[in-house]
Design a protein around this ligand. Structure first.
Ligand code: KG4
Ligand code: ZN
Length: 345
C-alpha cells in the first residue's frame, strides 16, 4: 500500500447518498478541501427525483473530485485510501459514488473505506473547536433521519429515540411544499421566519419517551391552510413569513422537548446537533439557550459540515483507516443500513 509520506495519511472522500455530489481531502484528520455540487434540477419537483439525481452525480463526480484535489494541492499518487458513503440513501446515487470510489481505489492500488452517512454527520462534531467530550448526546436531524443518540465514543453509539414517521427535514420540506416553496424548503423557511412571528399554532404530537413524530403536524398544517385559503385565497401569500415562523417554531419546540427529556434521563449535558436541519438559525439559537439553561454545552458543526458534504465522511474514514477497517472489493452500496452494524468497535 502506498504511504504518502512517513506517518502521513491523505484520504479522498466521496459523498453521493442523495442530491449533493461531494468530495473532500483530509490529511491526518484535518480537512484540506471540501467541495459540494448541489443539484438544482429537483427544485421544481418538490423533492428529489432519484433517476435525475443519479445522472447529475455521473456528470458532477469527476469535476468535483478534480476540484477537491486541486484545492488541497494533492496529487492522486499521494492518496493512501479512498472513502465513500456506502449508505443509507438513494441506491442509484450511492452506486455512482461507490463505483467511482472503487474503480479509483483499484486503479491506484489503495484501500477503499465505506462509511455510514449518519456516522459522518455525527463525526462532523469532532471538527468543532473544542470538540465535545464523550459521552455526549447527539440529535441527528436531516431529510431522512431524526434520532437522539448517546455517543459513548467515536464508534459506540446507542439510539435513545427516533422518529416514528417523517424526519424533521421532511417536515420542513413538506410544509414548505404546502406553502408553494421550492425543494428543499428548509433553508427558505429558515430565511422567511426571520421576517415573521410565530402567531399561528399547530398540533404538537404526544409521543412517549424520546421518540418523535411529525406526521400529525403535517396534517394540522394542511387542514389549517385548507380552511384559511377557502375564506381568503391569498391567505398564504399575505401571511407567508408568519406561517414560516409558526411552522419552524413548532418543529423546534418538538425537538427541544426531547433534548430536555434526554438530558433529564441521562444526566448528560453536552449536546451535539447534526444533519441538514442543524443549519437552521432558529434551532441553533433555541438549542443553545436550552442547553445553557441546563448548565450544559451545545456543539453544532460549522455550516459547511451541516448539510451533506464529504468532509464529514473523510473525518470518519480517517478513524477507520487507523483501525484498518477497509471494505472488501465486492462490497456493494446499501439503501438501508442500521447505524450500529456499520462499524466495529
Ligand atoms: O443532511 P442533509 O443535507 O441531507 C440528508 O441527509 O437528508 O439534510 C437535508 C435536509 C432537508 O430536508 C433540508 O430542507 C434541511 O435539511 N435543511 C434545513 C436547513 N438547511 C437544510 N432545514 C431547516 N433550516 C435550514 N437552514
Ligand atoms: Zn445527510
Amino acid at each position: 500500500m502506498p504511504v504518502s509520506e512517513e506517518n502521513n495519511c491523505i484520504l479522498l472522500a466521496i459523498e453521493s447518498s442523495c442530491d449533493d455530489t461531494a468530495a473532500a481531502i483530509c490529511k491526518n484528520g484535518k480537512l484540506l478541501s471540501n467541495v459540494v455540487a448541489r443539484q438544482q434540477v429537483h427544485e421544481k419537483y418538490g423533492g428529489v427525483v432519484p433517476e435525475l439525481a443519479s445522472r447529475e452525480h455521473s456528470m458532477h463526480m469527476i469535476p468535483v473530485v478534480h476540484d477537491a484535489l486541486q484545492i488541497a494541492g494533492v496529487n492522486p499518487s499521494q492518496l493512501d485510501a479512498i472513502a465513500c458513503t456506502r449508505g443509507p440513501g438513494l441506491l442509484g446515487s450511492l452506486l455512482v459514488g461507490n463505483a467511482f470510489a472503487k474503480s479509483y481505489a483499484f486503479s491506484l492500488g489503495i484501500p477503499l473505506i465505506q462509511v455510514h452517512h449518519m456516522l459522518g454527520h455525527i463525526h462532523a462534531l469532532l471538527d468543532c473547536s473544542p470538540p465535545p467530550t464523550f459521552p455526549f448526546l447527539c440529535l441527528t436531524v436531516s431529510g431522512g433521519h431524526t434520532q437522539l443518540i448517546l455517543v459513548k465514543n467515536s464508534f459506540t453509539l446507542e439510539i435513545l429515540g427516533e422518529t416514528m414517521d417523517d424526519a424533521a427535514g421532511e417536515a420542513f420540506d413538506k410544509a414548505g411544499k404546502m406553502l408553494g416553496l421550492p425543494y428543499p424548503a428548509g433553508p427558505q423557511i429558515d430565511k422567511l421566519s426571520k421576517e415573521g412571528s410565530p402567531i399561528f399554532s399547530f398540533a404538537k404530537p404526544q409521543v412517549p419517551g424520546l421518540n418523535f413524530s411529525f406526521s400529525g403536524l403535517k396534517t394540522s398544517i394542511l387542514y389549517f391552510l385548507q380552511k384559511q385559503t377557502k375564506e381568503n385565497p391569498d391567505f398564504i401569500k399575505n401571511n407567508l413569513q408568519d406561517l414560516c415562523a409558526s411552522i419552524q417554531t413548532t418543529i423546534i419546540d418538538i425537538l427541544l422537548e426531547k433534548i430536555q427529556k434526554a438530558i433529564a434521563l441521562t444526566g448528560i449535558t453536552d449536546v451535539g446537533i447534526v444533519g441538514g436541519v442543524s443549519a437552521n438559525a432558529g434551532l441553533r439559537i433555541a438549542a443553545e439557550g436550552l442547553v445553557q439553561s441546563q448548565r450544559g454545552r451545545i456543539f453544532i458543526p460549522p455550516l459547511s459540515l451541516c448539510t451533506d458534504n464529504a468532509g464529514m465522511i473523510a473525518i470518519v474514514a480517517y478513524h477507520m483507516f487507523q483501525a484498518k477497517q477497509f471494505a472488501p472489493r465486492l462490497s456493494e452500496p446499501v439503501a438501508r443500513w442500521e447505524l450500529a452494524s456499520s462499524y466495529s468497535n
